[in-house]
Design a protein around this ligand. Structure first.
Ligand SMILES: Nc1ncnc2c1ncn2[C@@H]1O[C@H](COP(=O)(O)OP(=O)(O)OP(=O)(O)O)[C@@H](O)[C@H]1O
Length: 251
């Protein structure tokens, strides 16, 4: 059996009196879209914070691309190929879409180098060409010169995705990409994620069940810090525990 791209074992985390994660075992296989769903307060955000390195677990381990990253920093995990869309919410609103993505490309290219200000102009052209390419991938080819703050909410989320792609991730962590989007923007975001999923493995946390059931190859259900089920969308839909704990309201 091949090794999972992300392999989380026995992960536990307690906040004061709250057991936010209880010995969670979870894996993402290379190439899949794996959705993590569950009711409010189930522990989804806490889980994603542990995967990205924003929080440290009380116990358990996280292996990514064959390496134990449990005690690695967020920066080291990004360098290892993990990108999280929320990290990019620090889009520079006063800069153009192109400049924002170019900075993300430069950030990747510069990790480990201290000569960023001495790059030949030829390389800068390559940097902007690459940035344009990511913007085209997320449907923003016509908005390259638009100042980020003037993009619509949906376009800003697409820009975040372009910036995440600029890190050339092996795994893209998408934390509620549909949040705050209207029906049209949601539909566009679903299409966009479908396209990205052809090239990159995705771990998706999302409350929009129509989007989850359309996009996911596998779904895991977290309730009260415990993973109660992992399976195909159909298996999850049919699971009695899941219907009782969560999906009953959504189906
Ligand atoms: N920093 C913290 N300090 C104390 N308790 C916390 C902290 N972060 C999360 N919790 C608690 O841990 C539990 C899980 O919260 P979490 O935000 O991970 O859930 P969630 O599934 O992401 O919810 P939602 O869908 O509403 O975003 C909740 O009971 C929450 O109150």
């Amino acid at each position: 059996m091949t090794e999972a791209l992300l392999d989380v074992r026995q992960l536990s985390r307690r906040f004061a009196a709250v057991d936010a994660l209880k010995t969670v075992n979870f894996s993402v296989e290379a190439g899949e879209v794996h959705a993590l769903i569950g009711p409010n307060g189930a522990g989804k955000t806490t889980f994603i914070h542990h995967v990205s390195g924003a929080l440290q677990p009380d116990s358990g381990s996280i292996h990514f691309a064959g390496r134990d990253v449990t005690r690695r920093s967020m920066h080291q995990r990004v360098a290892a190929g993990m990108a999280r869309s929320y990290q990019i919410t620090n889009v520079f609103r006063g800069l153009s879409a192109l400049d924002n993505v170019a900075l993300a490309v430069q950030g990747r290219a510069d990790s480990g180098s201290s000569f960023r200000f001495w790059r030949p102009v030829r390389c800068e052209t390559a940097l902007f060409d690459e940035a344009r390419d990511y913007l085209a991938q997320v449907g923003l080819a016509d908005q390259v010169e638009t100042v980020a703050g003037n993009l619509s909410h949906g376009e800003q989320r697409a820009l975040e995705l372009a910036m995440a792609l600029a890190t050339r991730p092996k795994l893209l962590l998408l934390d509620e990409p549909m949040a705050g989007t209207g029906p049209e923007e949601s539909a566009r975001m679903v299409e966009l994620i479908e396209q990205l999923a052809r090239h990159v493995t995705i771990l998706l946390v999302e409350h929009d069940m129509a989007a989850v059931f359309r996009l996911a190859d596998r779904i895991s259900v977290l309730v009260n810090g415990q993973l109660i089920c992992t399976g195909t969308p159909e298996a999850v839909r049919q699971n009695g525990d899941v219907r009782r704990a969560y999906l009953g309201d959504h189906l």
